[in-house]
Design a protein around this ligand. Structure first.
Ligand SMILES: [Mn+2]
Length: 426
C-alpha cells in the first residue's frame, strides 16, 4: 500500500484555513523575537528520524504479547509501513535493519523498494543477545565478552557479516548493543569480561569501512540483573576511545538509572566529539520503551537544548544518527511511532527557539531567574503550527494521525495482509 499526494491533500484541505491563521499568529510572535521562521522551517523539514525494522509490529513483555492486525509479515511490508509513516509526517526518512530478524533475501529488490518509498538505510543492528536456530555456539553466558573463545569469535564474525550486508545496502554505521553481563555476584570476573569485550570490539572495528561509524550502546541492567559489561556512558566512551576515531557512544534514553541527568551526558559526549547516535523513547521506571514525550517531555526538551547547542558549537562531533527505539504493546505501532515523531520534532523545535545569546548573558551575571525564564519561554511556546506548516510544505499531512485514520490505512493493510500476520521482532 502507498499513499499518494492527492489522498493526503484531500484530508488536509478542510484544515488549511485554520492552520494558516495559527501559523501566521505564531510567525508574528517569533519574528518579533528575532527568530527567522524560514530558517526554522528548513531545519524542521531536514530533521529525519530512523524507524527500526522491529518496531512495526506489536511489542510484548515477558508475560505476553497482544498482536495487532495487518502487521507486516515481511521486510518488504515493513519498508512499506515506514514509507507510509514518512508520507504522512515527512520525518521518517530511513529504516534501521535488525540482523538476522530482517536479513534481506534479495538486496537489489529491497534497495529498489526502499528507494521507491523515499527511504534510505540507517544504522545496521547486530544481534548477539539470543541464540538463532542451528547456531553452533551459545550466547547464554555472553557473546563479545564470553569466556568461551568459540562463542566470542562467532559473535565477532556475525558483526562483520552485518557490516558486509550494510555496505551493500548503503548503510554507514553499525550499532552494537550487548546483553552480556551477569545475574549473580561472583558469576563473572569484571576485568576479564571487559577486556574480552574490548578485544572483540577492536576486531569488529578493524572490519569497518573508513566512512562508517561504530556505535556502542550501553545499558545498566537487563537482561542481566546484577551487572552488564557495558553498563554506562563512561564504559562505552572508554571502549569507543580504545577502538579509534570512528567509534562513538550511542545514548538510548531508556538505558539509565532513575533520575540520571541525560542532558549532561549528551553535553559531555559532544564536547569530546563522541556522541554518535541517539535512541528515543520514554520511561517512568526503567527501560519502559514508551512513546517519546509521553512521560517526561520537559526532560526531552532539555536534552534537545544540549543537542542543538552541541550541533552548533561542537564541530568535533559528527551529526548524530537519530532513531526511535520504543516498543508498542497496546497502541497501533504506526500511530505510536507518529506520536513519537511529533514529540521529537516538538522538543527539537522548542530547543531551536532558545535565545542562546541571552542565556549566556544571564549565566555570566548569575541571573538564575532569567536563565529559567529563557529556557521556559521556549518550552512554553506552542510550536505545533510550525510543525504542521513544515509538513504541509513537504506534501505530508497537517495532522498525521487524523489522516492515518481518515484514509483508513490500517483497515487497508488488514485487507491486504489479513488479521493474523505477525511481525518478527521484539
Ligand atoms: Mn536502543
Amino acid at each position: 500500500m502507498k499513499l499518494d499526494r492527492v489522498q493526503i491533500e484531500s484530508v488536509n484541505k478542510p484544515k488549511i484555513e485554520l492552520q494558516q491563521k495559527k501559523f501566521e499568529a505564531l510567525g508574528i510572535d517569533l519574528e518579533h523575537q528575532g527568530i527567522e521562521v524560514k530558517q526554522l522551517l528548513k531545519k524542521i523539514k531536514e530533521f529525519q528520524v530512523a524507524i527500526p525494522s522491529w518496531a512495526l509490529g506489536a511489542g510484548g513483555t515477558r508475560f505476553g504479547r497482544f498482536s495487532g492486525q495487518g502487521e507486516p509479515g515481511t521486510l518488504e511490508q515493513k519498508i512499506e509501513d515506514v514509507g507510509l509513516i514518512h508520507a504522512l509526517t515527512n520525518a521518517a526518512g530511513s529504516i534501521s535493519l535488525h540482523i538476522p530478524w530482517d536479513t534481506p533475501q534479495n538486496i537489489e529488490e529491497i534497495k529498489a523498494k526502499s528507494k521507491s518509498q523515499g527511504l534510505s538505510f540507517d544504522a545496521m543492528n547486530s544481534n548477539t543477545f539470543q541464540d538463532q536456530l542451528n547456531q553452533k555456539h551459545s550466547y547464554k553466558f555472553g557473546s563479545l565478552s564470553s569466556l568461551n573463545h568459540a562463542s566470542r569469535e562467532q559473535a565477532i564474525q556475525h558483526n562483520i557479516e552485518v557490516i558486509e550486508l550494510g555496505k551493500k545496502l548503503g548503510s554507514k554505521s553499525l550499532t552494537v548493543w550487548l546483553a552480556d553481563g551477569s545475574n549473580f555476584p561472583g558469576q563473572n570476573n569484571f576485568q576479564t569480561v571487559l577486556k574480552n569485550t574490548q578485544d572483540s570490539l577492536h576486531k569488529i572495528y578493524k572490519a569497518l569501512p573508513p566512512d562508517w561509524k561504530l556505535l556502542i550502546e550501553y545499558k545498566p541492567y537487563e537482561p542481566n540483573f546484577y551487572s552488564t559489561v557495558i553498563q554506562d556512558w563512561g564504559t562505552s566512551f572508554m571502549l569507543a576511545n580504545e577502538c579509534g576515531p570512528n567509534a562513538y557512544t550511542l545514548v538510548d534514553l531508556g538505558h539509565h538509572l532513575p533520575n540520571t541527568n541525560i542532558e549532561q551526558i549528551v553535553s559531555t559526549l559532544m564536547l569530546k566529539g563522541k556522541l554518535g547516535g541517539f535512541h528515543f523513547n520514554d520511561s517512568k521506571y526503567g527501560d519502559d520503551d514508551l512513546t517519546v514525550g509521553s512521560i517526561k517531555p520537559y526532560a526531552l526538551f532539555l536534552i534537545f537544548n544540549e543537542l542543538v547547542y552541541g550541533i552548533a558549537n561542537n564541530p568535533q562531533n559528527p551529526y548524530p544518527s537519530w532513531m526511535i527505539d520504543a516498543s508498542h504493546n497496546i497502541k497501533d505501532p504506526m500511530e505510536d511511532l507518529t506520536q513519537s515523531l511529533e514529540a521529537i520534532l516538538e522538543a527539537y523545535t522548542k530547543a531551536l527557539l532558545i535565545d542562546q545569546h541571552k542565556l549566556k548573558e544571564a549565566q555570566s551575571v548569575q541571573d538564575v531567574v532569567a536563565c529559567q525564564e529563557i529556557l521556559q519561554a521556549a518550552y512554553r511556546t506552542d510550536v505545533r503550527p510550525l510543525l504542521a506548516e513544515s509538513r504541509l510544505q513537504s506534501g505530508a499531512a497537517l495532522d498525521p494521525i487524523d489522516a492515518f485514520r481518515k484514509l483508513k490505512v490500517r483497515e487497508q493493510l488488514v485487507k491486504e495482509r489479513g488479521k493474523a500476520t505477525i511481525a518478527s521482532g521484539l
